[in-house]
Ligand binder design. Sequence first.
Ligand SMILES: [Zn+2]
Length: 572
Amino acid sequence: MRMTNMYLKTLREVPAEAEIPSHIWLLRAGMIRKLVSGVYGFMPLGRRVLQKIEAIVRQEMDAKGGQEILMSAIQPAELWQESGRWYAYGPEMWRLRDRNDRDFCLGPTHEEIFTDIVRSEVDSYRQLPLNLYQIQTKYRDEKRPRFGLMRSREFIMKDAYSFDRDWEGLDKSYNEMYDAYEKVFERCGLTFRAVEADTGAIGGSDSHEFCALSEYGESEIAYCEQCSMAATTEKAACVDDTPDSAEMLPLELVHTPGTKTIADVAAFLGIDHKQTIKALLFEVFQQEYRYVAVFIRGDRELNMTKLINALNIPEHAIEFADEAAMGAETGAVGGFTGPVGLRNCKIVVDSELTGAKNLCAGACKEDYHMLNVNYGRDYTGDIVTDLKLTKEGYPCPQCQGHIKITRGIEVGQVFKLGTKYSEAMHAYYKDENMQEKVIVMGCYGIGISRTLAAIVEQHHDKDGIIWPLAVAPYHAIITVVNAADAVQMQLAEKIYDELQKEGVEVLLDDRDERPGVKFKDADLIGIPIRITVGKKAADGIVEYKMRGDEKSTDKTASEATAVVLELVRPYI
Ligand SMILES: [Zn+2]
C-alpha cells in the first residue's frame, strides 16, 4: 500500500476523552473513530488488525472442530422470555419494537438463539457433540461506557456454543475451548492469566475468565503466590477467621451518641473493628420480600456478587435502601442497625459471624449499640454464607499462602452452562435407546475489539503502538526520506515489489512530507519493521530497524529483504 493513496488521518494531540493508553493511541493512530459515546468505527488500519485477530480466532476454533455460522444481531423477545432473561438482563439490554409492536433486542449475547437453532434441528445423539460459533457485533447499553474499545456499547465478539450428550462431553468441550483460548491469546502476543470467574447473567456452573494483565483492566484478580489459586475477586472464596471459643457474655445496651460508622463506634468504645458487626441495607425489586439486611464483620468489605448470588436475583434488582423508608417497615435505624430486633426483612449473615463471640452491633435505636451480640443466641440469618470481598494479604483458601491482587482486562470467558438453557427451552435429543435426554451446553466468548485494545495496552511506548507481527496491520514500512529523489524512490520501489511478491504486507511511505513526520507516523501506527531508504540508496544501502529498537542498522537492500522475509514468514 502506498501511503499517498492511503486513507489515514493521524492526530498530533491527545483527544480529551481518552484516558488510557489503548484509547489514546488507537485514536491518535487513526485506527478507530468515535461515533457517539461507547460506539466506535474502525478505520483501514484498525480494520486490518481486527481481521488479523479474527483470523487467529477462526483458525483455533476450526482446529477444535468449531463450525462458523452468522446469526442476526436482532433477536425476538419471545426467546429471551422463554429462558427467563428478558427480565433478568435488565437495562443493559438494548430493546426495540417493530411497527407491529413486537419486542426485540439487539443481542448482547446469543445463548437463546443458538439453543433455538439446535433444538429445532438436532434430534439424535449422532448429531452431537456440536460446536457452533460466530464472529459478530454485540450490543450492551453500558451505564458508563469508557476507555474506548474496553467498555463500549457496541463491540465485536466471537461467541461459541457447545452442545453435548452429557456432562463428561461438556467437560471435554470446555477443556478444548480453554486450550484454544490459551493459543489465541498467546498468538496475539498477550500476557494473560486464566482465572476462575463468576458466571453472572450468563449462568451455569464453572467459568474461567481470560485476563490480559493491565493496570487499567476492570477485572480484579486474586491469586496465590504459593499455589495455583487464581480467581476474580468477585469469585474468590474467603477464609473465615478461626471461631472464638470465649464464653458468651450477657447482652448489654450502651449509649454511643453520634457513632454512625464502624470507625466511630470502635473509637468511641475503644475496640477493634473486628469486634463489631457492620450492617448494609438493601431494597430488592422482586415479589417475596422487599428489604435485605446484610451483616458482616466490621473490618470486612461486602462482595456484591456473592450477595446477589446468595439472593439469586439479577444484578439490577438490588439497590441500597432508603434508610427512613426501610426503618418504618423493619425497625432499622440509619447508622445504628444491628441484627437484634429487626423485622420484616431478609437477614443475610456472613458465615464468619457464626463463630465470632461478643461483638458490638447497632441496637436499632438512635445513638445506641449493643455489646456481646452472639449468633445463634441473639439472632440468626435467613441465609448464612461467605459474603467477604478478598483483599491483598488475606489467607489463600487453598493453602497457607497469602493472596495477591492484580488487575486485568477480560478478553475472554468460558462457561459450563450445563442444562440451564436447554431445560428452559426444551432442547432435547434421543439417545441410543430412543430415550429423550437434555442437551448439555457450554458457551465461550472472546471480545475481539477488546482484545485489540488489550494488545495496545501491553504493546506501546511513548511514541505509539508496537504491534506484534501476528496482528500488525502491515508487517513492514518502507520510509523514503526524499520521495522526490529518483534513486531513493527506485530502490524503495524495488524492495516494495520484492516483499509484496513474497506475501509480506508492506507500506510504502512515498508522501511528500518531512522525514520527521514520516518517522513519527510510522512509530505511531506501530508497524513492526521499518526500512528507511535515504542518502545511501545510491550505494544500495538502507537502514533497518524494528519498531521497539533504539537504533537502526545499515544493510544492503537484499540483506534487508532477506531478514524481513525470515521474520515475517511464520505469519503469512
Ligand atoms: Zn494458595
